[in-house]
Design a protein around this ligand. Sequence first.
Ligand SMILES: C[S@@+](CC[C@H](N)C(=O)[O-])C[C@H]1O[C@@H](n2cnc3c(N)ncnc32)[C@H](O)[C@@H]1O
Length: 242
Amino acid sequence: MSANPYESERLLAEYLLFHYGTADEILPATAPAGMRDALDFAVRTTRHFSPGRASRSLDLGCAVGRSTYELSRTSEETIGIDFSQNFVRAATALATGPLPYQRLDEAHRRTPLVASLPPGLPAGQVHFEAGDAMDLRPDLGTFDRVHAANLLCRLTEPQRLLERLPSLVRPGGELVLATPCTWLGEFTPPENWPEDSTRAWLEDALGPDFVQISCTEEAFLIRETARKFQWTASLLTAWRRK
Ligand SMILES: C[S@@+](CC[C@H](N)C(=O)[O-])C[C@H]1O[C@@H](n2cnc3c(N)ncnc32)[C@H](O)[C@@H]1O
């Protein structure tokens, strides 16, 4: 397989902007309203957990960590895990201060920007580590909240994560999964894609151990250049462990 794209400086800058950029830094002057509605995805997905406080939360495929930090608002301990060492380094560094990066505008043209945490974050204890969501360390323990946004269709064997989830979420705990269902052979061999809809596949896999609380969509916007954006509707399901 080719080098992991999520270790690249281009995607590091793209994700720092996606997670921490302001509307003015992300949107073009001519942006239609729908683009603005798709901002702050990494914050919105964390709001699908029931209100109240948690003792332990886990963010899988956390990238540069915005959702992990958001989960810490209501959690005593939050762990963020990502396969990209470069992303984990950036997520960790943000706890100690602002992080400069270069936004790609076009060709060689870049704009220097600075990513920083919103005031008050981190709230609870936050820890990031490099790890594989298909082969998580056995001593991770259990969690009141597990969040995995836009991760499943980037795994070679997503079934392995689905099989591990019941032992990660404590009884009564909650799981939030978001997936844009963009199944691509470069990440997941077609034999490991859902046979039919991703929603039905999730219900089959998780139904024995989880009750589905909600199923909705959250749109997101990733700015690739000053003139090119990815707008995607992620399928978001929330579950409670039986
Ligand atoms: C599409 S990004 C989504 C990131 C973030 N959750 C978000 O919604 O912005 C997918 C993330 O999953 C990570 N990833 C890919 N394979 C992984 C694996 N096997 N274990 C953990 N993380 C993985 C990538 O490094 C990347 O940060």
